[in-house]
Design a protein around this ligand. Structure first.
Ligand SMILES: [Zn+2]
Length: 250
């Protein structure tokens, strides 16, 4: 493998780039795991379930409204007949005693029929009242969820905007640092980073690779100490580019 060479300053810039890239990765991760995302999906699921409950409640209310209207329609001809009979009895229109007695009997029967129909209608009205009040509760709950959802979305967007502002600032830094690093070193850094959790370069600090945290062995340390300043070192354990600094302990 052809050894890559790069000025000490370029190597230090690579370490700066790594810091920026690591922070960018953390920010992108935070962007994805914001607790507001989970909150929003929970509220959306709740709202969707409530929407179908509301459809069912609307159906129940309109069914009962129709039932009540039908009860009223059923009552109408019976009431008319009762009133007609009562009028005829009152004004003596029925002369025949037998016919009169049967009409009086029918009046009693009609009164009973009306009372039964009214009881049935009353029961429907009570059910309708309960159905409407149940629907009101669902509507109020839906409004509350809509409000919570709007708040959670606004909260998420505020957090995303703050993270995006940080991200865009770091991208600017990255754009400034990139050109200061030789392209072959940058390509190696990208290649290693792709298979090493985004960390292609690590500082050699106190004789330890800060990429894998392992201590560099004595033989390797001697080789590192003897290496030219512009020689690009690699960690023997993890393969990352090792950058020497004043804290390396060489
Ligand atoms: Zn290492």
């Amino acid at each position: 493998m052809r050894a890559i060479r790069a000025d000490k300053s370029a190597q230090l810039r690579l370490l700066d780039l790594q810091t920026v890239d690591t922070t960018l990765a953390q920010l992108n991760h935070r962007r994805q795991v914001l607790p507001q995302h989970a909150m929003i999906s929970k509220l959306r699921a709740e709202r969707a379930a409530l929407a179908s409950d509301l459809v069912a409640a609307d159906t129940r209310v309109s069914d009962l409204e129709m039932e009540q209207a039908k009860a009223e329609t059923d009552l109408e001809p019976v009431r008319q007949r009762l009133s007609r009979n009562q009028t005829r009895i009152a004004n003596g229109a029925v002369a025949d005693p037998k016919a009169l007695s049967s009409m009086v009997e029918e009046v009693d029967h009609l009164k009973k029929r009306i009372s039964d129909l009214e009881d049935a209608e009353l029961e429907v009205m009570e059910q309708l009242e309960a159905a409407m009040s149940g629907r009101e509760k669902l509507r109020a709950r839906a409004e509350q969820i809509d409000a919570d959802l709007a708040e959670a979305i606004a909260d998420r967007d505020r957090h995303l905007a703050a993270l995006d502002a940080e991200i865009s600032e770091l991208r600017e830094q990255r754009a400034e640092i990139g050109p200061l690093i030789p392209s072959d070193l940058l390509a190696l850094y990208d290649k290693i980073g792709a298979t090493h959790g985004g960390v292609g370069a690590a500082e050699l600090r106190a004789r330890r690779c800060t990429g894998c945290q392992l201590e560099v062995n004595a033989a390797e340390l001697r080789a590192f100490s003897a290496a030219a300043e512009d020689e690009v070192l690699r960690c023997e354990e993890c393969g990352r580019i090792l950058i020497r600094t004043a804290q390396s302990g060489l």
